[in-house]
Design a protein around this ligand. Structure first.
Ligand code: NAD
Length: 510
């Protein structure tokens, strides 16, 4: 197994990145794979953060006047740099967030994909033409930049979530200010470094087009997130993280009538009906429940399985869980890497104790691979059969715990069980019945932002709008028309009649 520190040096060299400017003693960054110290960094102070936000605000006033397709060219250049450095940035994600190699690379691929999407979008920020009720009048909608978009991100998708927001916000004509997770600042420094390179190359070809300060990075703790949420200079706050965080950010942003895009916790379920292809379901369940060591917002946390197929499916899952490769995320063949830190391990053990107290039967969940480091927290994913959807099942524990609930009624009963939690991010049904599948996707079906058929709950493509309802926050990011969240809409009415007719037939003769 390569030494984390040496590995980091190789990655930084590939990226042409020197961490010296960020060195300090405010925080220590460790590699989850072995607990090794990667860096000691300084945090950004409040006054400096305010100055950076003001800088971004100034930059936004220039950037908004650059034609959108030209703005797209900047994001195209970022995408090219990401292609060139995919292996190094992916490895840095694995090193800092503990993701297996394929998932680290997958995250960077997602960044490349959203850049491509945003470049196309830069020529399609369309408004509508609307029929006017008045003669000689035309109505239309135009879309304009908001100003500064603040991005608060979580540790578990340290780079992809930024790119979803940054690529769209930039083509939509905004400046960006990013407050990454305090657990994963190195990947953020690397992304900012690549974007600054793209900007420099862009300005070399089109002098003065990208204003200084267009993209700002704030390294530090939650206080900086609070500062972004409270700042009247930040028109949009896109916050990804726990429901606890979102509840605080939502209030702060609402108090000043700002716009919030909230991407918060999930408690995702899969329904397995009597007609399901069980082998397909077992494979989908495994990826969704144990992938990224259960640390995805879309991780499968609840399996709602029909009594008639439950024993067969559980036997298959128990066999898979018993043989799954857990270990160093940078080693080929590993499927489950470490938890992010000790606090995540403690939270998992607490949840398992609560599940036992609520009548659950727990398989797995114990610490493994202590040989990889005292401060490396690997666990065997847990399968927990629950007698009912009790308190622990209704709560998102950010670890690989899959609660299994059986149902013996019709599919409506399973859907009701699925919807009876506070969160509403992702959901899935495995079935060969067209009627069950359609019912699941109907108005009376899943209440989540994502409702899949014969696919697991995680691993969404960037082309669709991503996000969820209820305590997941209601925000949408990435594809479809999520770009509208980064722009303001103006309705324009143009009178070319020479008369002044009023709407609704109102007469006001002067
Ligand atoms: P977290 O809420 O602890 O932290 C997320 C970010 O919010 C960090 O940058 C943190 O510094 C900041 N923050 C914390 N409190 C804040 C406050 N009061 N005001 C402003 N900023 C604050 O989350 P985490 O542990 O990093 O990530 C895991 C959580 O994120 C899970 O709940 C997961 O479901 C969720 N998540 C959701 C999505 C989604 O798209 N819905 C995606 C990824 C992660």
């Amino acid at each position: 197994m390569p030494d984390s520190h040496t590995y980091l040096q190789q990655v930084l060299q590939d990226l042409g990145l020197n961490l010296q400017a960020f060195a300090g003693s405010d925080c220590t960054i460790r590699a989850p794979r072995d607990g090794a110290v990667l860096a000691h960094l300084k945090w950004c102070g409040a006054a400096q953060a305010q100055a950076q936000i003001a800088n971004a605000q100034r930059a936004s006033q220039t950037w908004r006047n650059v034609p959108a397709p030209v703005r797209g060219d900047l994001v195209r250049r970022l995408g090219e740099l990401l292609r060139r450095h995919k292996a190094a940035l992916g490895a840095l994600v694995s090193l800092e967030a503990g993701k297996i190699t394929a998932e680290g690379l997958g995250e960077v691929q997602e960044m490349i994909d959203i850049c491509d999407f945003a470049v196309g979008l830069s020529r399609q920020l369309h408004g509508l033409t609307i029929a006017s009720e008045r003669p000689g009048h035309r109505m239309m909608e135009t879309w304009h930049p908001m100003g500064v978009v603040g991005i608060i991100s979580a540790f578990n998708f340290p780079v992809a979530v930024w790119s979803w927001n940054a690529a769209l916000a930039l083509v939509c004509g905004n400046a960006i200010v990013w407050k990454p997770s305090e657990k994963t600042p190195l990947t953020a420094i690397a992304c900012q470094h690549l974007l600054l390179q793209a900007m420099a190359a862009f300005n070399a070809d089109r002098p003065g087009t990208v204003p200084e300060g267009l993209s700002q990075l704030l390294i530090g703790g939650r206080e900086l997130g609070e500062l972004l949420a409270a700042s009247a200079q930040v028109a949009v706050v896109s916050a990804t993280g726990s429901t606890r965080m979102g509840r605080q950010v939502a209030v702060k942003v609402a108090e000043r009538f700002g716009r919030a895009i909230l991407e918060l916790g999930g408690n995702n379920a899969m329904i397995v009906t009597p007609t399901a292809d069980l082998e397909l379901a077992a494979r989908a369940i495994t990826f969704a429940a144990v992938g990224t060591a259960g640390q995805r917002c879309t991780t499968l946390r609840r399996l709602i399985v029909h009594e008639s197929v439950a024993d067969a499916l559980l036997a298959r899952l128990a066999a898979i869980y018993g043989s799954i490769a857990i270990g160093d995320p940078l080693t080929d063949g590993t499927l489950v890497g470490p938890l992010i830190d000790r606090a995540a391990f403690d939270a998992m053990q607490q949840a398992l104790a609560q599940a036992r107290a609520e009548g659950g039967q727990v398989l797995g969940g114990e610490r493994v691979r202590e040989d990889l480091g005292q401060e490396a927290w690997y666990v065997r994913p847990a399968l927990v059969q629950m007698p009912q959807q009790s308190a622990v099942v209704q709560h998102e524990t950010f670890a690989p715990i899959l609660y299994v609930l059986r149902y013996d009624g019709d599919t409506d009963m399973a859907i009701a069980l699925q919807n009876a939690v506070p969160q509403g991010l992702s959901s899935a049904i495995f079935t060969q019945s067209l009627m069950d599948a359609e019912r699941f996707m109907s108005a009376a079906g899943s209440d989540c932002g994502i409702a899949n058929v014969n696919i697991g709950t995680s691993g969404a493509e960037i082309g669709g709008a991503f996000g969820g309802e209820k305590e997941t926050g209601g925000g949408r990011e990435s594809g479809s028309d999520a770009w509208k969240g980064y722009m303001r809409r103006a309705t324009n009415t143009i009178n070319y009649s020479g008369a002044l007719p009023l709407a609704q037939g109102v007469r006001f003769d002067v």
